[in-house]
Design a protein around this ligand. Sequence first.
Ligand SMILES: [Zn+2]
Length: 196
Amino acid sequence: MEHFEQESKPRLISIAEHGLLGSSFYWSRYADYSLTKEELLETGMMDDQVYVAPEIVPALTAVNAELQKRNWQLYLREGYRSPELYKLLYQKRVEKFGQAMTDKLMNIDDMPHASGHAVDVGIWDSHQEQEIRLRKPDDGPESLIYGFYQDANDLEGQRCQELQEYLVDLMQSHGFELGKKNEFFHFNYRSDNEDI
Ligand SMILES: [Zn+2]
């Protein structure tokens, strides 16, 4: 933690303490992004837990309760991300995907996850005990952008579009909105947005 600028860090809590499901995306998949665990630790990451600002927990809990009516749960892949991790990810992604694609998907200017009010989410199928697929795994990074499947002709693509619309509507009705990059899974808590 000595590498970390404490004064810029928002108050954070682990979602697991509030009965919400999730695990840190980069903690489990760092090798896919040419990251090492040491590098992650240097950016202030501590473990595989997802941390968020406590103010957004009631809204996340309400979304989760709504999903549970379908035997689903909210699955959080990322909450707080330190500015140091943002910078590191940006650099690694430019190396892997190039500048244009990185800038298309990553909001390095605003760093919304550094506020603790932004989340990357998916839908967990409690019965199947796995995440529900909201995009086709073989589609490229463009498929991370909301609307990619809006003209899909195939059933799987149409299902992805339906589920994404459902998720976006559900999050929006609980105070969240899509981010500037329009990724279907990234949401900013609205009351925070005047500051950005
Ligand atoms: Zn995000």
